[in-house]
Design a protein around this ligand. Sequence first.
Ligand SMILES: Nc1nc2c(ncn2[C@@H]2O[C@H](COP(=O)(O)OP(=O)(O)O)[C@@H](O)[C@H]2O)c(=O)[nH]1
Ligand SMILES: [Mg+2]
Length: 181
Amino acid sequence: MGLLDKLSGWLGLRKKEVSVLCLGLDNSGKTTIINQLKPTPEQERVPTIGFNVERFKSSSLSFTAFDMSGQSRYRNLWEHYYKESHAIIFVIDSSDKLRMVVAKEELDTLLSHEDIHSKKIPLLFFANKMDLQDAMSSVKVSQMLCLESIKDKPWHICASNGIKGEGLQEGLDWLQGKVSV
Ligand SMILES: Nc1nc2c(ncn2[C@@H]2O[C@H](COP(=O)(O)OP(=O)(O)O)[C@@H](O)[C@H]2O)c(=O)[nH]1
Ligand SMILES: [Mg+2]
């Protein structure tokens, strides 16, 4: 039984496939987290589209992950997925204080995008790498990203350890109640 079983089971009652977009700066832990969520690590692997794009599908869910970076020539590609997404998982390296402001810039750009702005799409934040000694708490991360200012979308932040899979279930449990298709 994987982390996704409950979520997929619940979503399986719906007719439409649910698309979850997993975003964040490179090195934040997206690939690690996605690998934890896969039913089995190697099964159902979908070949990489671009060098920073990953996708996998389970029965009723599709996950697509992108490295966000300001200069990226792939920006149009990941923004293309905004329209069809039902939930966004935003992963932050809680130990990367230097790039927290860059993560905030990317988040702000995401939230002001025309395909996201008016949508009540749930946002799940993983304050990842909580195991590292210099990691900031999830409260501190949420302050640095000004999450309190997000009033028009449901959001939730969880401290996580992508390598051990800690915190992921809590996040998915929250997400399960918020996704509407
Ligand atoms: N200590 C620690 N390292 C992590 C955690 N999650 C991911 N990493 C490591 O961070 C690095 C980047 O992870 P990766 O999943 O490739 O990041 P991505 O670029 O966002 O896909 C890898 O060396 C991972 O093993 C975590 O929770 N704790
Ligand atoms: Mg990756």
